[in-house]
Design a protein around this ligand. Structure first.
Ligand code: ADP
Length: 477
């Protein structure tokens, strides 16, 4: 079976968040389980130099977009046995960063249209096209609109994965007439229309054969108004075709026993070395060097989804405890300033690293005793999975994938791999942090919970098998 992933980012080429981790890791596991997988991405300026010379030019053609005619190159590179294809257009993609431009509608409409034009030309005929998030949602609509009578695509089925329902790619109605070249039957409540706008994500939800999202709890949650982002009714109508499959993490990249980025290697059977990571990180960050003080890590996009308002609300109380808090993230100016300001007020307790830094992220996971992630909502969350593997016990709110992966420590039974609270309430979070700090003093119990955490299996094995099951059913249908 041939599967093609179409996505807007993927490790090791381009990353802004968890989506890239999934697009980098899941294909490898699918391939290991016998699927023929390739991946198609835009070629952004951020392509790491190491890959620049490896790219092979395959072909080029012109993609129509309303009145526009745009150059579309196709390049290819193999990475860890997976073919990666890139759509090349300097005007759209040769810019800093990945998203957030005024013409994102045009950029990703172009990407989707060019992708479907490219496949026959490079003779890549997938049984399944697996799409990810709003940037690729149009592909399913275009298949039905532009390629309905195209023999090449007559057997192709589509899977659309929602990585985060919050980001939908909603654009003014004129985008529909100006660049999609679809007839008005697509601009309906059952189609991609959304309050008289165009919604790229909804195009994916409406026209893909099967929908998935990244945890069982989130698959349920998004059918209700609080999490549904005004699409809950629409999703509920499709619930027979909506599945929650938990993300995994790449166990080769996130392996404390072999991680080239960290100061000292360790694993569940020899956790002694973990503390060396704390001591070294304290030196690097200019915090007091002390092996006994508990270190709490936060690695996050700094946006309200991640529960930063809860942290802001009780930050003084948190910092009044005996601990060190290390924050790595970028995002909304408000949160960046909040952490910067507090760090200058409490230089011995809080280190705020306001940037995107992969190596430092690995070092913080390795050094931290606890990992704080009190999200308002969380489709899956990879950070807590990485934290578990590195023996940093997660402190989380019970929502989405956090609910499916973190089991709060139970002193009666000894079960659990972290700490959790239910309500979106800053004092509940503070109480849970204090509970974790208290347990940290009990070295032997702490070590047992840490071992529980490190021994959990969040590799891609089972989840990849669940995707294969979905692909097989579609191909047979
Ligand atoms: P989301 O996809 O919502 O951002 P996830 O928890 O699913 O959240 O994935 C976040 C990924 O991005 C993790 O691999 C995390 O370590 C990484 N990450 C987030 N912020 C940074 C940063 N500032 N520097 C390095 N890595 C980061």
């Amino acid at each position: 079976m041939k599967v093609l992933f179409i996505a807007s980012e993927g490790v090791p080429f381009f990353k802004s968040g968890g989506l890239a981790d999934v697009v980098g890791a899941l294909p490898k596991e699918l391939q290991r389980q016998g699927i023929d997988v390739s991946v198609l991405l835009p070629k952004y300026a951020a392509l790491p130099d190491a890959f620049r010379d490896e790219l092979e030019y395959i072909t080029s053609f012109v993609t129509r977009l309303g009145w526009r005619h745009q150059y579309s190159g196709v390049l290819k590179a193999k990475y860890q046995e997976i073919p990666f294809y890139f759509i090349d257009n300097q005007y759209y993609f040769y810019r800093d960063g990945l998203y957030g431009y005024d013409d994102d509608a045009e950029r990703y409409a172009f990407f989707c249209r060019a992708a479907l034009h490219a496949l026959p030309q490079i003779n890549l005929k997938p049984d399944i096209i697996h799409l990810h998030d709003w940037q690729t949602g149009l592909v399913s609509a275009l298949l039905k609109g532009h390629h309905r009578h195209d023999l090449f695509y007559s057997q192709t089925k589509t899977v659309f994965t929602i990585h985060n329902l919050k980001y939908q790619g909603v654009f003014p109605k004129r985008i529909f007439t100006d660049m999609l070249d679809l007839d008005w039957s697509f601009f309906t409540t059952d189609g991609l229309e959304f309050y008289d706008n165009v919604n790229f994500l909804k195009a994916g939800l409406a026209y893909s054969d099967t929908l998935t999202t990244v945890s069982p709890t989130y698959a349920e949650e998004i059918q209700y108004p609080f999490f549904g982002e005004n699409l809950h009714g629409f999703l509920r109508k499709r619930k027979e075709n909506l599945f929650g499959i938990l993300n995994g993490i790449d166990y080769e990249i996130y392996d404390p026993a072999n991680d080239p980025h960290i100061f000292a290697h360790f694993d569940a059977h020899s956790p002694e070395n973990k503390v060396k990571n704390k001591l070294e990180l304290q030196k690097v960050l200019g915090l007091p060097v002390d092996d006994k003080v508990p270190m709490i890590g936060v690695i996050s996009r700094l946006v309200s989804q991640k529960g930063l308002d809860l942290i802001g609300h009780v930050l003084d109380e948190i910092l009044a405890e005996s601990l060190q808090l290390v924050v790595l993230g970028t995002g909304d100016h408000y949160y960046e300033e909040m952490f910067r300001t507090k760090a200058s007020q409490y230089p011995r307790k809080l280190s705020a690293q306001i940037r995107f830094d992969n190596r430092l992220a690995h070092r913080i996971y390795a050094a931290s005793d606890m990992f704080l992630m009190p999200s308002l909502f969380e489709p899956c969350g990879l950070s807590q999975l990485i934290a578990l593997r590195y023996g940093a016990l997660p402190i989380v709110r019970e929502t989405g994938g956090l609910n499916d992966t973190v089991l709060s420590y139970n002193s009666e039974t000894g079960d659990g791999n972290g700490f959790s609270f239910t309500n979106y309430n800053a004092h509940d979070m503070l109480y849970t942090i204090r509970r974790a700090l208290e347990l940290y003093q009990d070295e032997s119990t702490w070590a047992a919970v840490q071992e529980n955490a490190m021994e959990m299996d969040f590799s891609w094995d089972k989840s990849a098998a669940a995707y294969i099951d979905i692909y097989r059913k579609l191909v047979k249908a």
